[in-house]
Structure formats: structure tokens, C-alpha cells
Design a protein around this ligand. Structure first.
Ligand code: ACO
Length: 325
């Protein structure tokens, strides 16, 4: 019998400290950095973001999201036999957030590792977990996207610091006799490393270079709108499906204009687009599972719906996962 994988539970978590654009603008103004609610909303669609308190790490946020997902799947933490955490803001250089999270969940023994594909991390991680389940290497996987991007923001750079937020999302992916995940399409092109990166590294007990995010926003924008369309089409073709089969489009939540343009290119009405970027900002690898969980809990997404998840981010990386929920 063919073995497939299927999402059986979703969960998410946002740290309690919420900052509206106006509140952020006031904080930034006190440091001599000028921005406004109007500019941020018009260019990005973002209205608010959440920032983790000092000392709160990706594994802390991931733990809350994971607990919700495991509970929604009707499982206990001890049932999980694989943990993959997609993150670019790990608690430490090593060990992985996945290992720290495993311990915080009170379990031991199962495989646990991090996956680094920046904002495409969740679709990459879901694809890897799907392949491991199909191969028989895992049966009940916990796939988490968790980020504290506030820690790598340059709050003197208004072109980036207004865009990002902290949070975590998670799914439980289980072996199933019926599909679940229908197709994946992953890509990377390392020649674009410089347009979106945190260039610093740790050496000799010090951080060498800048440990803050830098981005050429317009270059990212142009690449993103092209690859989000091509990845969606490639995933549909692999599953022998067409745009009209998609019930819900859940792209990486970075910028409402990119998301609208993707929906238009796929000829999808905007009411099929799941939007949380307005309330969360860009939470990198956490953005897709956060949006998925919000839509599931709002009752928008129902069992059997066809979902197109799409990531794009630093690397440059991009990809799509088409699935039946
Ligand atoms: N407040 C007020 N003014 C601002 C701000 C701000 N926060 N930021 C920039 N400006 C100004 C600029 O200085 C510029 O002023 P000037 O014309 O006097 O020079 C003007 O606004 C226009 O700046 P642009 O950079 O041209 O603005 P643009 O319309 O391109 O929007 C943005 C910038 C929002 C960053 C856009 O390019 C974008 O969304 N790009 C994609 C970003 C993205 O998706 N990143 C996430 C990838 S995911 C990952 O891997 C982390």
C-alpha cells in the first residue's frame, strides 16, 4: 500500500507584546528614525507585529505552537518520532532548536534537526518530513517554523525594521493511507545571497561582520513575484491539477502587494488568499504555519480543502507545497 503524509494538527503562538505601526513609529522617532503608519500600510499591508520579550527564544515560541499542534492532532508529545524546526534565528549556534524543543516537550530519542532556508524554511521542512514519512523513516512528524527576527533587526534602518515580527507555527504530519501532501516544488539560487542576508559569522569568540539583517527590498520584490507564480504552477503540474482546484492560497506573509500579485497571476480571487501579514508582519519561517493555523481555527480551512503553501526568502530560496488538508 502506498504510504502518504497528511497534516493532522496545526498550532501557533505569538508573543504577547504587540506593537502597532504607530507605536513602532513613535519608538523609532525617539531614536531619530522617521516612518509612519501610512507608509508601512501602503507599501506592505502590515499594521502590527509581535516582539518576544528579552530572553525568550525561538524554542520557547516553538514549544507553545508545538503543544497546540500536538493537541489538535489528538496526540501526546511522546508519540512524535521526528522534529524538524525551520528557523534562521536559533537559540544558539548549536545544538539545534529542534533538540532544545524536544527536551522542552519532555521527550527524548526521536530524530530532531533544524532546517535553514530562511522564509522558505517551512515549505522545505514540510517537504523533507513528507519524504521521510513516505520512506518509512518517520510516522508522526512535528514540523515547526519559529523565529525571533526582532533580534537581528537594525532599528536604525527603516527600510527593514518595520517589516518583521516574531512568532511560531507548527503542524503534525502523520503517515496516512490517503494523500495529504500532493506535490512539492523546491528551488534555490545562491547567486542572490547578497540581496537578503545577515552577513556576520562567529569566529574566535566574536561575531565577525554585522549580525543584523540587510535587504535590497526592490530586488527581493521582483524575484519574489516571479518565483511564487512559477513554483505554484510547477506543484500544480506535478499533481495534475489546475489553479481553479486551489481552495486556499497561503503564501509567505511578507508583503500584501506580493501576495495580491501572486493571487492575480494564478487567477485566484482575493477571498481565496489567507492574509495574516497585516497582524504579524513578516515572521520568516513561521509565517506560513501561523497563517495556516489562524485560518484553520477561524473555520475557513476545512478538512478536504486543497491548499497551496508558498515560501520565498533569503538564499535565494523558494518553493511550494500543494496538499489536501
Ligand atoms: N518609512 C518611511 N519611508 C520609508 C521607509 C519607512 N519604513 N522605508 C523606506 N522608505 C522610503 C525610502 O527611503 C524611499 O525614499 P526616497 O524615495 O526618498 O529615497 C521611499 O520610501 C521608497 O523606498 P523603496 O525602497 O523604493 O520602497 P518600495 O516601494 O520598494 O518598498 C519594501 C520597500 C516594502 C521593502 C518593498 O521593496 C518590499 O516589500 N520588498 C520585498 C521585501 C520582502 O518580501 N522581504 C522578505 C523576504 S523574506 C526573507 O527571506 C526574510
Amino acid at each position: 500500500m502506498t504510504r502518504y503524509s497528511r497534516i493532522t494538527g496545526t498550532g501557533s503562538y505569538l508573543p504577547p507584546h504587540r506593537l502597532t505601526n504607530a507605536e513602532l513609529a513613535t519608538e523609532l522617532a525617539s531614536k531619530g528614525v522617521e516612518t509612519s503608519d501610512e507608509w508601512i500600510v501602503e507599501r506592505t499591508g502590515i499594521r502590527a507585529r509581535h516582539f518576544a520579550a528579552p530572553g525568550v527564544t525561538s524554542s520557547d515560541l516553538g514549544l507553545e505552537a508545538a503543544r497546540h499542534a500536538i493537541e489538535a492532532a489528538g496526540l501526546q508529545a511522546a508519540d512524535i518520532d521526528l522534529i524538524i524546526v525551520a528557523t534562521s534565528t536559533p537559540d544558539m549556534v548549536f545544538p539545534s532548536v529542534a533538540c532544545i524543543l524536544q527536551h522542552k516537550l519532555g521527550i527524548a530519542g526521536c530524530a530532531a534537526f533544524d532546517l535553514q532556508a530562511v522564509c522558505s524554511g517551512f515549505v522545505y521542512a514540510l517537504t523533507v518530513a513528507d519524504a521521510m514519512i513516505k520512506s518509512g523513516a518517520a510516522t508522526k512528524a512535528l514540523v515547526v517554523g519559529a523565529e525571533v527576527f526582532s533580534r537581528i533587526l537594525d532599528f536604525s534602518d527603516r527600510t527593514t525594521c518595520v517589516l518583521f515580527g516574531d512568532g511560531a507555527g507548527a503542524v503534525v504530519l502523520e503517515a496516512s493511507e490517503t494523500p495529504g501532501i500532493l506535490a512539492s516544488d523546491l528551488h534555490a539560487d545562491g547567486k542572490h545571497v547578497g540581496i537578503l542576508c545577515v552577513p556576520g559569522n562567529v569566529s574566535g569568540g566574536q561575531v565577525l561582520g554585522s549580525a543584523l539583517l540587510t535587504m535590497d527590498g526592490q530586488a527581493v520584490f521582483k524575484l519574489a513575484v516571479g518565483v511564487l507564480e512559477s513554483a505554484a504552477r510547477a506543484a500544480l503540474a506535478k499533481a495534475d491539477m489546475v489553479e481553479a482546484d486551489i481552495d486556499w492560497l497561503i503564501p509567505h506573509q511578507a508583503n500584501l502587494r506580493i501576495m495580491h500579485s501572486t493571487a492575480r497571476k494564478l487567477k485566484l480571487p482575493l477571498d481565496k488568499l489567507i492574509v495574516t501579514v497585516d497582524q504579524h508582519g513578516n515572521t520568516s519561517a513561521a509565517s506560513i504555519p501561523l497563517a495556516l493555523d489562524a485560518a484553520v481555527r477561524e473555520g475557513k480551512i476545512k478538512k478536504g480543502d486543497i491548499l497551496m503553501l508558498e515560501g520565498v526568502g533569503g538564499g535565494f530560496t523558494w518553493g511550494a507545497v500543494l496538499l489536501r488538508y
